[in-house]
Design a protein around this ligand. Structure first.
Ligand SMILES: Cc1cc2nc3c(=O)[nH]c(=O)nc-3n(C[C@H](O)[C@H](O)[C@H](O)COP(=O)(O)O)c2cc1C
Length: 169
């Protein structure tokens, strides 16, 4: 089975996971900009969460290619900072909720859905982005002083764990 891993990544976390998943499944990871056709028997989509929504570039990509993707086998991965399901201003949010957004974008049921821990390097963000991340930290019960404690190497660790587990299977 040929696996095509398609990602949209702003700060690199989804790209790293996409590359790790592609390595494990002996497929190929491609950024949405590099996708010329859908050749995979199965397609794995990987993207980060911004403002409680999957990355808009991925949403737009899926909407634009909806007809080509119709009937294809797929899996969806959401990369975010909020690990579990939480209630926020009357809505449910968090990794397990974010990843379900794929279900509204693709017709057929997925092979799998997964939410993985993201990371962010605060010094790469502009003021508006910092504010959004601040809100996420508030939800997590952390203060702005904790912002720079987010460990960007977490993504490497989880990606490597995915590879290790796959090697043992
Ligand atoms: C501006 C901004 C907004 C974000 N909003 C959320 C959010 O609403 N919920 C969440 O869990 N994580 C949020 N995150 C964390 C990202 O999902 C996380 O950094 C992820 O690793 C990004 O993936 P990427 O680097 O592949 O784009 C946000 C990050 C940034 C920079």
């Amino acid at each position: 089975m040929q696996v095509q891993v398609v990602y949209a990544s702003r700060h690199g976390a989804s790209r790293r996971y996409a590359e790790a998943i592609a390595e494990v499944l002996e497929g190929e990871a491609q950024s949405i900009d590099a996708v010329k056709s859908f050749w995979g028997d199965a397609i794995v989509f990987v993207t980060g969460v911004y403002g409680h929504s999957l990355n808009k570039d991925m949403i737009q990509f899926l909407a634009e290619h909806r007809s080509e993707l119709y009937g294809r086998m797929w899996a969806g991965v959401a990369v975010s900072l909020i690990p579990g399901e939480v209630e926020w201003h009357g809505s449910k949010i968090g990794g397990p909720i974010y990843v379900r957004q794929y279900l509204q974008l693709l017709e057929r049921p997925p092979l799998a859905l997964a939410d993985l821990p993201g990371a962010v390097s605060m010094n790469t963000l502009n003021d508006e982005e910092r504010e959004q991340v601040n809100e996420v930290f508030e939800i997590l019960g952390m203060t702005p002083a904790d912002l720079d404690k987010v460990d960007p190497t977490l993504v490497w660790k989880v990606a490597n764990r995915i590879k290790e587990i796959a090697r043992q299977c």
